[in-house]
Design a protein around this ligand. Structure first.
Ligand code: NDP
Length: 446
């Protein structure tokens, strides 16, 4: 059997320049290799070698005309990573930083995350280098229509079911769904995150943020602690951050920060529900910048160009983007007494920073376990669409909570060390791997 180093050398050679993809694969390989040594059937079947190659990648031109009648051209992608346990499932990201390597890392992570949810969901991811920021609603619509005009032939309710991610919220899902329906002449559950009165599920908008908090509750229970009274820093101010804050406030935590790509806001006394209401309107309706909190609300400070990790806290919720906590941030967090990290974002912590958290033995779980609530509820949306029903808010929330409890149990099962410390990285990676690997063995070399 190869070493992790040899395996990674192959991955780097075959996927040149895709640094985020290399990072995501290496993290999984480091967890899974010791497991493979004890279970040689997976190594013999070359499962991990197969998993790092997408089943299919689609790259396409997305031309559209802006409000000044100028032609604009973006690149569209869909990575269909694994269909071993269900149709490809994963979000679409619209952000100028989007490239093949970033989407491959997200698709790879998605395979493990979806496996952890206990639902029959394969893994995929897609998106475009299109930036919705500063565009009119009409421009966003034209872009979405052009994007779907190619994507529609590769997706379907039993094939590949995209959802939202950075830059893709309910507005974009609406435009994408409208165009899909027009092209296919069928009303199906092909996208999740749909509007409530046209096939969406209650709790889907809330699910990633709520689910992350539910997972943190489970982690805290292992140390006989609870959320109540904990000082929390949150980064980002989009979908995941907003509903993380909503659930934290409901559970009696004190949330002191929010951010966007320009800087962070800090309120020492903690955000109120009125402050959060302002943020919902600011970000989802007016699409403004977070620093407006200082101008329009009381008690806020704004720090330009920085992330909120210098603010002392008990629990940090990175909920913006990948690699937003570096080793120095991690040391600062630990020094200031942080005891838990709840990753709302995908891979927000660089590997050196993960090591800092693990060495300090604080509660640290990777995004694929902590933020799996979004895709879980997307899975519940697919079920409701299939049987043409709508569950109540309470029903969906309870199913979401139970899924998060189950994911936590899987992480403990595979990640508990001899000294009692739970290595959630190993736990999530091995638990996610086993289910997909067994399905791949059952289905032969395909
Ligand atoms: P949104 O687009 O709603 O919000 C993203 C937030 O992060 C914005 O505040 C944005 O600021 C900030 N941000 C984005 N890029 C950067 C950057 N490079 N540096 C600093 N800040 C940045 O996205 P979501 O809330 O949906 O997604 C946030 C994270 O959660 C992502 O990592 C996503 O993959 C992950 N996730 C999302 C799920 C979902 O259901 N939506 C499910 C699971 C994970 P600005 O407005 O300035 O760009």
């Amino acid at each position: 059997m190869k070493s992790v180093k040899e395996f990674m050398a192959d991955v780097v050679r075959k996927n040149p320049g895709e640094v985020e993809f290399h990072q995501a694969v290496k993290e999984v390989a480091e967890s899974v290799f010791p497991f493979l040594q004890k279970h040689p059937k997976y190594a013999k079947e070359k499962i991990l070698e197969r998993m790092v190659v997408p089943e299919r990648v689609v790259i396409f031109r997305v031309p559209w005309i802006d409000d000044n009648q100028e032609i604009q051209i973006n690149t569209g992608y869909r990575i269909e990573m694994s269909s071993a346990i269900g149709p490809y499932k994963g979000g679409l990201r619209f952000h100028p930083s989007v490239n093949l390597g970033i989407l491959k890392f997200l698709a790879f992570e998605q395979v493990y995350k979806n496996s952890l949810t206990t639902l029959p969901l394969g893994g995929g991811k897609g998106g475009s280098d299109f930036d919705p920021k500063g565009k009119s609603d009409r421009e966003v619509m034209k872009f979405c229509q052009s994007f779907m005009t190619e994507l529609f032939r590769h997706i379907g309710e039993n094939t590949d079911v995209p959802a939202g991610d950075i830059g893709v919220g309910s507005r974009e899902i609406g435009f994408l769904f409208g165009q899909y329906k027009r092209l296919k002449n069928e009303f199906t559950g092909v996208l999740t995150g749909k509007g409530i009165n046209w096939g969406g599920s209650l709790i889907r908008p809330e699910a990633t943020g709520y689910g992350c908090v539910y997972f943190v509750q489970e982690m805290l229970k292992t140390r006989k602690q609870s959320i109540k009274g904990k000082v929390c820093t949150v980064s980002g101010s989009g979908n995941v951050a907003q509903y993380t804050v909503e659930k934290l406030l409901e559970l009696g935590a004190k949330v002191v920060t929010l951010s966007d790509s320009n800087g962070y806001v800090y309120k020492e006394k903690g955000l109120t529900s009125d402050d959060l209401k302002f943020v919902f309107e600011l970000k989802n309706v007016r699409r403004g910048r977070i620093k407006e909190c200082v101008e329009k609300l009381k008690g806020f400070k704004y720090v330009e160009g920085k992330r909120p990790w210098e603010v002392p806290c008990d629990i940090a919720f990175p909920s913006a983007t990948q690699n937003e906590i570096d080793a120095s941030d991690a040391k600062t967090l630990v020094k200031n007494g942080c005891m838990c990290i709840g990753e709302g974002a995908n891979m927000p912590t660089v590997p050196e920073a993960v090591k800092v958290f693990q060495k300090a033995k604080i509660l640290y779980a990777p995004g694929k376990a902590a933020n799996a609530g979004g895709v879980s509820t997307s899975g519940l949306e697919m079920s409701q669409n299939s049987i043409r029903t709508a569950w109540t808010r309470e029903e969906v929330d309870e199913k979401l909570r139970q899924i998060k409890v189950n994911i936590h149990e899987s992480c403990v099962k595979y990640g508990k060390q001899k000294d009692g410390y739970i290595n959630y990285v190993d736990g999530a990676n091995i638990a996610g791997f086993v289910k997909v690997a067994d399905a791949m063995i059952d289905q032969g070399v395909v």
